[in-house]
Structures are given as C-alpha cells and as structure tokens.
Design a protein around this ligand. Structure first.
Ligand SMILES: CC(C)(COP(=O)(O)OP(=O)(O)OC[C@H]1O[C@@H](n2cnc3c(N)ncnc32)[C@H](O)[C@@H]1OP(=O)(O)O)[C@@H](O)C(=O)NCCC(=O)NCCS
Length: 130
C-alpha cells in the first residue's frame, strides 16, 4: 500500500472534518488556523491525520487517527514522525489518551512520550530534546 504524508491544504478542511467525524463519534476536535496538521493520502483520498495546537508552552497533539481499513500498516507511525519532525524540538509536546487505547499508547511510547498522569485518561509528554 502506497501512501504519502504531507501538510494539510486549507481547501481540504471539509474532507478532514468528515474523516474526523467518522473516526471519533464524540469528536471535539477543532482545527484552528494556526494548528499544525499533517494528513496521509492514498490515491487522492485523506485516510489519516495528526493535528497539534500551540499552547503557552509547547504543543498539544489534539488528534491522531487512521481510517480503520488502513491501520497496522505504518500510516499512524509516519504521521506522527513527520508531524513531530516539523515542530520545534526545544518545547514539550503533550497529549491525552484513553488508558484502554493500547495501539495509540504503544505508538506514543515508541516515539518518545512517557506517561505523566494516570487514570481513565493518560496524559503523556515528550520532553524537549536539548
Ligand atoms: C492509533 C492509530 C492512529 C495507529 O495508527 P496505525 O496506522 O494503525 O499505526 P501503525 O501501523 O503506524 O503502527 C504504529 C505502532 O502502533 C502500535 N500499534 C498499532 N496497532 C496496534 C495494536 N492493534 N496493538 C498494539 N499496538 C499497536 C505499534 O507499536 C506499532 O508499531 P510497530 O509497527 O513498530 O509495531 C490507529 O489505531 C487509530 O486511528 N486509532 C483510532 C483513533 C485513535 O484512537 N487515535 C488516538 C487518539 S489519542
């Protein structure tokens, strides 16, 4: 399966919102103009995304998802690696994830995040690299 990971184009927001609605039933993910958003594309269709918003210190990963039929083929990993690579390295990056979401937690741990807060929802952080 061939896919490419690249920044979202502004004219693709409606397509992205459709994907988000299909991935997260209680989607509260809002994409702001200053957010950093990467998408995975297969044959001209967006099949995955990663989005970050700027916080007073660092960034928050506020959404990551891949269409079910394209999971477990490295798309999520590439989305995370490429989008993280586009962000400044000298600030922390945080995220929240359901404690039961093993695939996502495994992906975050492999990419340098550690668990900061436990509970039904984990807070995970990737520290600055310097
Ligand atoms: C989390 C998600 C984005 C991963 O995307 P993906 O394309 O399937 O992930 P990849 O194929 O790139 O796998 C990357 C890593 O994730 C982990 N992983 C993926 N699927 C897994 C599974 N079913 N069980 C355990 N770990 C898994 C593995 O560590 C894997 O690394 P490896 O290939 O080196 O073993 C995808 O499962 C998804 O969209 N889930 C629903 C939305 C969601 O929960 N998003 C996170 C919200 S915080």
């Amino acid at each position: 399966m061939k896919f490419i990971v690249r920044p979202l184009r502004s004219d693709e927001l409606p397509e992205l919102y459709k994907l988000i609605a299909s991935l997260f039933s209680s989607a509260k993910i809002d994409i702001g103009e200053s957010d950093t958003v990467f998408v995975a594309e297969i044959n001209g269709t967006i099949v995955g995304f990663a989005s970050f918003s700027k916080k007073s210190r660092g960034f928050l990963l506020n959404g990551l998802g891949v269409k079910e039929e394209f999971r477990n083929q490295g798309v999520g990993k590439q989305l995370l690696i490429k989008s993280l690579g586009s962000l400044p390295r000298d600030v922390p990056i945080s995220l929240k994830v359901q404690a039961t979401n093993d695939p996502a937690i495994a992906l975050y741990v492999k990419n340098g995040f550690f668990q900061k807060k436990y509970g039904d929802i984990f807070v995970m952080v990737k520290l600055p690299e310097n």
